[in-house]
Design a protein around this ligand. Structure first.
Ligand code: F6R
Length: 609
């Protein structure tokens, strides 16, 4: 995710202001920190890996001179959390320096092109192409202004970015720009600010200018000028006054991190869908060669693995074994061997049970692959190959955006394997890829159109003592995840089973009025699910169905339903279908006066076995 900040002050040094503002952005990432300022026409830069306080203790971030500067707090995506990969990144001459949040999809091609032109790169980041590209443009178009060169450079970038750049050639300005990653301006009597988010400058000003995609801004001590990147036209936009408290601002106006993170899912999914092909290729090559594959994880990450086992099987015709990490050693510790491959999935990359399972497998010479949200975590260090979920820090204890981002990487992996193994027709793959690209918008629609309805449903069922969650096929995993969410944050005892399995025991619990949540994606299981709904209804259960829009058959049977836009293929369905269940858990927690961000007895990262 990363946080960027820039400021030009009329009075005072910029560095301490940047430092304290970055602290308020640390919730966006804390792998490294860096600040660059300009004074007397020269750039001064300090940066290092580590949290802001740790780095500041070692190198004093406050003593950089000058009234103008930019800063960055990083959540590693491309390149490990090391000094060299910390922002700001500079060109060959050290006269241009840039901070960036987002993902430059075509950085590989641009880097090669620039290296062929003689540019020397020091980091593994995607960001470093930006200062070199600006340098190259300024070299070729002598006389072009810094802002024009930034604008030209941006036109060549594919992907998402919010960036801020400074140059000692024009030491009086910051040029910043936005495409998809957030960027806002702040305006005060003592200067101007640009930042990833309002809390960064909230103690300094509450006068805010929102920046839209495709806009470039030139900040000077006099103020700001906004232009459209494509046609250079000027945009008039006056500051708005916002009345947020500092606490509200960190949550961007949401009452809890959990609901903020649920709402962030469209953006996170867009980023996750931008994963570099080479990571997916590498992982899929290992998986393709494997003799046996274990998908190892805990909690919500385990549910992602469970869904993934259906994806790998249906798309890539590849059998995999999802295993609870805490059971792995007992179940497979003796049989795992050099021919085994472990794909470990963990948001934190630090979960003790997952690390123990992986360590055991590693000692027996198995290949360790991983998917995690925290690059640089223990899991990445013990993995042969790892890939990041690009979800940014998740602060709410309940995993939400990291679940859907894990699923989105896992399904991309299954599709990659399907191509490699030639088991599914290209036409089918094309259709799935088109649908996959639509998922961020679909999740956006769900959050925008169904949230109020879910809230009412939560109110209606607030006094229910027990919930059932049922699904068939891949929706079994979604049902399990819905149950976990409701149990952990609203403390409602809940039961989840594959719908077919419910007849083999759990159905004896059903009595009049007991709510049964059915996850009903429209696929070959649909008819049988209707049969299961009838069985539950016959015993007095209240049916709460998550359905595809326009599924009239189930609408007619359900007491309440929540709709997901039409046409999501079954293998992708856990991503959108999980969202109403996250919302249900959240609003049930509120009905029960529970704090959804800090459920009792739980921790975000479980580092004990
Ligand atoms: C549930 C939840 C936990 C985690 C589990 C694994 O909302 O957050 O069940 O999923 O503790 O954590 P990671 O993914 O960090 O290994």
């Amino acid at each position: 995710m990363c946080g960027i900040f820039g400021c030009i002050l009329k009075n005072g040094n910029a560095a301490p202001v940047i430092h304290s503002s970055l602290k308020r952005l640390e919730y966006r990432g804390y792998d490294s920190v860096g600040i660059a300022t300009i004074s007397d026409g020269k750039i001064f830069l300090k940066k290092d890996q580590g949290k802001i306080d740790e780095v500041h203790k070692c190198i004093n971030l406050d003593d950089l001179p000058g009234n103008i500067g930019i800063g960055h707090t990083r959540w590693a995506t491309h390149g490990a959390p090391l000094h060299v990969n910390s922002h700001p990144h500079s060109d060959c001459t050290g006269t241009i320096t840039v901070v960036h949040n987002g993902i430059i999809e075509n950085f590989g091609d641009l880097k090669l092109e620039l290296q062929n032109l003689g540019h020397a790169f020091v980091s593994k980041t995607d960001t470093e192409v930006i200062p070199h590209l600006i340098e190259e443009i300024m070299k070729n178009k002598l006389g072009s202004s810094f802002a024009d060169a930034v604008q030209e450079a941006i036109k060549r970038l594919e992907g998402s970015f919010a960036l801020a750049a400074i140059s000692s050639y024009e030491p009086d300005k910051i040029v910043c720009a936005r495409n998809e990653s957030p960027l806002v301006l702040g305006v005060s009597d003592n200067g101007v600010f640009c930042a990833s988010d309002i809390p960064a400058f909230l103690p300094l000003t509450n006068k805010v200018v929102m920046i839209n995609n495709g806009e470039l801004i030139i900040l000077t001590v006099e103020g700001y000028q906004i232009k459209k990147i494509q046609d250079n036209s000027l945009v008039e936009r006056v500051p708005e006054t916002i009345e947020w408290t500092a606490e509200m601002a960190v949550k961007q106006g949401y009452p809890h991190f959990m609901i903020k993170e649920i709402h962030e899912q469209p953006e996170v999914l867009r980023n996750t869908l931008r994963l570099q092909d080479r990571y997916l290729d590498l992982l899929s090559t290992f998986l393709d060669r494997a003799t046996e594959i274990f998908l190892v994880a805990c909690g919500t990450s385990y549910h992602a693995c469970l869904a993934a086992s259906y994806m790998f099987s249906k798309l890539s015709f590849l059998p995999t074994y999802p295993v609870y990490a805490s059971e792995f050693i007992e179940q497979y510790g003796k049989s795992v061997n050099i021919d085994s491959t472990i794909l470990a999935v963990s948001q934190s990359g630090e979960t003790a049970d997952t690390i123990a399972a992986v360590t055991c497998a590693q000692q027996r010479a198995a290949t360790i692959l991983s998917l995690t949200n925290v690059i640089g975590s223990t899991l990445t260090r013990v993995s042969r190959v790892y890939v990041g979920t690009q979800a940014g820090p998740e602060i709410g204890v309940a995993a939400t955006k990291t679940f859907t981002s894990q699923l989105s990487v896992l399904v991309q992996l299954a599709l990659r394997l399907a191509k490699k193994r030639g088991k599914v027709s290209q036409d089918e793959i094309d259709v799935l890829e088109v649908q996959l690209d639509k998922l961020p918008d679909i999740v956006d629609v769900i959050v925008k159109t169904q949230e109020d309805k879910v809230k009412q449903i939560a109110h209606k069922y607030a006094n229910s003592k027990v919930f059932f969650f049922l699904g068939r096929g891949i929706s079994t995993a979604t049902a399990f995840e819905g149950r976990l969410k409701l149990m952990e944050i609203a403390y409602v005892p809940s039961i989840a089973f594959p719908a077919g399995e419910s007849k083999h025991g759990p159905i004896s619990l059903i009595e009049n009025g007991l709510p049964v949540v059915f996850v009903c994606q429209k696929d070959e299981t649909h008819k049988t699910v209707i049969g299961n709904i009838m069985e539950m209804k016959a015993r007095g259960a209240k049916i709460l169905a998550i359905i595809e829009e326009g599924d009239n058959e189930i609408k007619a049977l359900a007491d309440d339903y929540i709709e997901v836009p039409k046409g999501v293929p079954s293998v992708l369905s856990p991503i959108p279908f999980a969202v109403p269940l996250q919302l249900l858990a959240y609003y049930m927690a509120l009905e029960h006066d529970c704090d959804p961000d800090m459920p009792r007895n739980l921790a975000k990262s479980v580092t004990v076995k």
